[in-house]
Design a protein around this ligand. Structure first.
Ligand code: NAD
Length: 390
C-alpha cells in the first residue's frame, strides 16, 4: 500500500484499549496531541459488545467499530479511506497474531511492548517486517522523553568518555500483594505465563529498562546472568529481577525490575558512568538530567535549555519550568511514527522527530533479553558461592 499521507492526519485504528483498559487511553491521548493522527476505527475489546459500546462513546462511525481484529482488516481493506496504521494495545500473547495479520494485509503497525510473548514469535514478526515495506513501531515509552534523547546525544558526543557501567532500574509497587486473585484483570493476565510470556516483571517492565539503558548508552549487550524471584506466594512468574550485564567493549551493567517495590510508583531510573562524567535521569523528575563531571562539578540540565541537542528540542513543547512528562513522551513516539510513515510514502529521509524511534528490531531485542534472563536464572550451574565468613 503506498499512499500519500503528507497533507492530512494519518488514520489510526486500534485493537484493544477499550473500557477500563490502561494503555489504550494513553495511546489515544498521545496520538491526538500533535494533530498527526485521527482515530477512525477499532476493535476495542475482547468482548465485541463492550467494544461497540466503547466505540460509540468515542464517537466513532459505527461502521468502523468491528467485532474483532480480523473483521477490522476485512472491513478496512474495502474502503478508500482505510486506516494508515493500527495500534495494538492488547495483552502480550495477542501481539503476534494481530500484528502479523495487519502487516500481511499491508498495514503499518504500532505495537505495545513486549513485542511478543515468545522469542520464536518475535523472530518471525521482525523478519516479516524486514521482508515487507511496512513500518512497525514499538512503544518503548521512555525513549520518547526529550532529556533521554539529550542523554543519548551527550554519550554519543563523547562527553562521558568511555562508558564503564550502566545502572538501570524499574521498580513498581502495584503487585506487592496477590491482586491477580482478587479480581484485578490487568494483574491476572500479567501473571499468566500463557498470556504474558515467560518473564514476569522482567518482561513487563524489565524490557523498558533494558531498552532505555541501551538507547542512552549505545552499548550492545554481550551476555548476562540473572536472578529472578517470586515474592508473592502462588504467583507463577517472577515479580522481582536482578540482572548483571556485560556489554561489548567491557562495560558492565546492573538492571533491576520489580513489581513489589513498596514506595515506588513508577521509579524508572538510569545512571550511566563514563571515564569523564556520569548522567542520571529519573522518570519521576523527567525534565532534568544530572551531569556530574570528573572535576567534581555537577550540573542539572533542564529541558528547554537553549543549547540542547536538536533531538531533545524536537521533542520539547513548552518553555522550561512548565512540566512535561509521560503523555508528552508518548506523544513524541506517535509524532515520530507519523514522520517515519510519511517520509517513507514521500521517499525521503525522516526529519529529526522520526529518527531514533523504537522499531520491531528493538522489540525483538527486548524479547530475546527476557528469554536469556529466564534461562539464566533457571540454569542450575549458575555460580552462587557462599563466602567463607557470612
Ligand atoms: P489491559 O488489560 O488494561 O487492557 C487490554 C485490552 O485489550 C482490554 O480492553 C481487552 O478487552 C483488550 N483485548 C484483549 N484481547 C483482545 C483481542 N483479541 N481483541 C481486541 N481486544 C482485546 O492491558 P494494559 O495494561 O493496557 O496492557 C496492554 C499492553 O500494553 C500490554 O502488552 C502491556 O505490556 C502494554 N503496556 C505498555 C505500557 C507502556 O508504557 N508502553 C504500559 C502499560 C501496558
Amino acid at each position: 500500500m503506498s499512499v500519500n499521507t503528507s497533507k492530512r492526519p494519518l488514520r489510526l485504528g486500534m485493537v484493544g484499549g477499550g473500557q477500563g483498559a490502561y494503555i489504550g487511553n494513553i495511546h489515544r491521548i498521545a496520538a491526538r496531541q500533535d494533530g498527526d493522527w485521527q482515530l477512525v476505527a477499532g476493535a476495542f475489546d475482547v468482548d465485541a459488545k463492550r467494544g461497540h459500546a466503547f466505540a460509540a462513546d468515542e464517537g466513532l462511525d459505527p461502521s468502523r467499530s468491528y467485532d474483532d481484529y480480523r473483521a477490522m482488516i476485512h472491513g478496512e481493506l474495502t474502503r478508500d479511506d482505510k486506516i494508515d496504521a493500527v495500534a495494538i494495545c492488547t495483552p502480550n500473547f495477542t501481539h503476534f497474531p494481530i500484528s502479523k495479520a495487519f502487516l500481511e494485509a499491508g498495514f503499518d503497525v504500532i505495537c505495545e511492548k513486549p513485542l511478543t510473548a515468545t522469542l520464536a514469535d518475535a523472530v518471525a514478526l521482525e523478519q516479516l517486517v524486514r521482508d515487507s515495506d511496512r513500518f512497525m513501531g514499538v512503544t518503548y515509552t521512555y525513549s520518547g522523553y526529550p532529556m533521554v534523547h539529550e542523554a543519548r546525544h551527550m554519550v554519543a558526543a563523547g562527553l562521558l568518555g568511555k562508558i564503564r557501567t550502566v545502572q538501570v532500574e524499574y521498580p513498581l509497587e502495584w503487585m506487592a500483594t496477590a491482586i491477580e486473585t482478587a479480581g484485578n484483570a490487568q494483574a491476572a493476565w500479567r501473571t499468566d505465563p500463557n498470556k504474558n510470556g515467560r518473564g514476569g516483571s522482567i518482561g513487563d517492565i524489565g524490557t523498558h529498562a533494558y531498552h532505555l539503558a541501551g538507547f542512552v548508552s549505545g552499548l550492545i549487550l554481550e551476555s548476562l546472568t540473572a536472578d529472578l524471584a517470586t515474592f508473592v506466594e502462588g504467583r507463577a512468574l517472577d515479580d522481582n529481577a536482578h540482572v548483571m550485564l556485560r556489554y561489548r567493549g567491557g562495560a558492565r551493567g546492573l538492571l533491576w525490575s520489580s513489581q513489589v517495590a513498596l514506595g515506588s510508583s513508577n521509579g524508572v531510573r538510569l545512571r550511566v558512568f563514563g571515564e569523564k562524567a556520569s548522567l542520571t535521569w529519573f522518570q519521576e523528575q523527567p525534565n532534568e538530567l544530572v551531569h556530574a563531571k570528573l572535576n567534581g562539578r555537577t550540573e542539572i540540565i533542564k529541558r528547554g535549555a537553549d543549547d540542547l541537542s536538536e533531538s531533545a528540542k524536537a521533542r520539547t513543547r513548552t518553555p522550561p519550568g512548565h512540566p512535561e512528562g509521560y503523555l508528552e513522551a508518548f506523544a513524541n513516539l506517535y509524532a515520530g511514527f507519523a514522520e517515519a510513515i510519511r517520509a517513507r510514502s514521500e521517499d525521503r529521509e525522516p526529519s529529526v522527530i522520526g529518527r531514533d524511534i523504537p522499531t520491531a528490531y528493538d522489540g525483538l531485542k527486548g524479547v530475546a533479553f527476557v528469554d536469556a534472563v529466564v534461562d539464566s536464572s533457571a540454569a542450575s550451574d549458575q555460580p552462587w558461592l557462599t563466602p567463607v565468613a557470612v
